[in-house]
Design a protein around this ligand. Structure first.
Ligand code: USQ
Length: 424
């Protein structure tokens, strides 16, 4: 297949581009290096020494003989260039990762909120509008998020894959319908992905665009068989308070004997997937497109569900790391249950990488190896969902309001001694 990977320089995009290239597909990466630019602005860098994209592509060709094309393009703004690219390339499929993907970054300032909405919503809409204008029948595979469902609305009932069956009262009696699962985003970033869903539904109905939307959980891990081939192909590993996701942050923190930064009680339950499974799922989705005129296919791209505190405890047991509970900078339930259906990928043959299989090697091979590159000042999560003033009595976890004069206190949690620190 001829495939364009939008956002192909990123954490999920780069390993996906390599995996698809190795499988024999003809790959062109489109990227505007927005994450590398945000890194510069926030004075961050990946824990792993990622190479410039031109080096990555050159090394890949030297090692495998496979060429990967590249087009520098800002999907949200360079609409005409995008149409031209589609006309020239005539792709069979497009994988769309080209969105600002951090929830904390999206909540940081009015400017980052507006950037996230402008960038993500325009990128998605431009893509679909351009496919119609260029008259290209390419299957769009989009990286969405589990966060579109929100956490807790269905209690302990499993979250279905995108659509939910409802009964509607009408004057003629009850009728059955299947609708998009109600959106309940927890951040501006997650909200932008809920808007994406409506854009996909409209273009699938109006223009018969074939769309698969992947509602992915939190990705952990760094390497795939392809990125492991040479250090110059290494994938990025974000550990900072904005872009680092929880499990990778804990792994890095354990490697450098930093206390594990649990927000609030750690009762938040989330869905997870290893990056190796992400790239396999993308390929499975590409090989199983919906028909023209069908509503978007939605897969839940997750393999395991954990509570944050259970992840911290698991890592603490394996590494001896200390667990510290911080006031939660986010506005989210202090604890929730979560069950998720992922039957479709299992039926297509996905064999999940579980935490127990991959955890220690990840600590050893990546976190410990590059620990000297960590800037400790970047570890705390500083983006607040609400200003400190409006947090009073807002339902933010009480731990944040129980600090002593020194700001640090030892309390008991589940019969274990833990540290409480005043500032996130
Ligand atoms: N958390 C901690 N300590 C930390 C970091 C996070 O306790 O040091 C907690 C958060 O408060 C939250 C949970 O861990 O309850 C998950 O946070 P996260 O930063 O790992 O994940 P999130 O912000 O939800 O976003 C990430 C990706 C996003 C993707 C999403 C999948 O950045 O692109 O869409 O995971 S999901 O969460 O399933 O929607």
């Amino acid at each position: 297949m001829k495939i364009i990977v939008l956002g192909g320089d990123g954490f999920c995009g780069w390993p996906t581009a390599l995996h698809l290239s190795r499988s024999g597909h003809d790959i062109t990466i489109v990227d505007n290096f927005s994450h590398r630019q945000i890194d510069i602005l926030l004075e961050l860098s990946s824990l792993t020494p990622i190479q410039p994209l031109s080096t990555r592509i050159k090394v890949w060709e030297q090692l495998t003989g496979n060429k990967i094309g590249f087009s520098f393009l800002d999907l949200a703004n360079d609409y005409d260039k995008l149409v031209q690219l589609l006309v020239e390339q005539k792709p069979d499929a497009i994988v769309h990762f080209a969105e600002q993907r951090s929830a904390p970054y999206s909540m940081k300032t009015p400017s980052t909120k507006r950037y996230t909405v402008n960038n993500n919503v325009n990128a998605t809409h431009n893509l679909l509008c351009a496919l119609v204008e260029a008259d290209i029948d390419a299957h769009v595979v989009h990286l969405g998020t589990m966060g579109v469902y929100g956490y807790g609305w269905l209690g302990n009932a499993p979250i279905p894959e995108g659509y939910i069956k409802v009964k509607v009262e009408t004057p003629e009696g009850e009728i059955d319908r299947e609708i998009l699962h109600p959106a309940n985003p927890g951040s501006i970033y997650h909200m932008s992905k809920t808007i994406d869903q409506l854009i996909f539904a409209f273009y699938a109905k109006n223009d018969q665009i074939r769309v698969t939307d992947l509602h992915q959980g939190i990705v952990w891990g760094t390497q795939t068989p392809e990125t492991e081939l040479d250090e110059r192909l290494i994938n990025r590993f974000d550990y900072d308070g904005d872009y680092g996701t929880v499990l990778n942050r804990f792994l890095m923190q354990a490697a450098m004997s930093h206390p594990l930064t649990v927000h609030g009680s750690g009762g938040q339950t989330r869905a997870f997937i290893h990056i190796r499974d992400t790239v396999r799922c993308i390929e499975l989705a590409l090989l199983n497109p919906p028909q023209k005129g069908e509503k978007p296919t939605i897969f839940n791209q997750v393999t395991e569900v954990y509570k944050v505190i259970d992840l911290a405890t698991l890592i603490a047991k394996k590494t001896g790391a200390e667990i510290m509970h911080y006031p939660n900078p986010r506005l989210e339930a202090d604890a929730n249950d979560l069950k998720v259906k992922n039957d479709q990928f299992k039926a297509l043959g996905l064999k999940p990488t579980t935490l127990s299989q991959g955890l220690l090697s990840e600590v050893e091979e990546i976190a410990r190896k590059y620990v000297d590159r960590v800037d400790k000042s970047k570890i705390p999560a500083r983006s607040l969902w609400r200003s400190l003033r409006t947090n009073q009595g807002s339902g933010m976890p009480a731990v944040g309001r129980r600090k002593n004069a020194a700001g640090v206190k030892r309390v008991k949690h589940n019969n274990r001694k833990i540290m409480l620190k005043g500032k996130p």
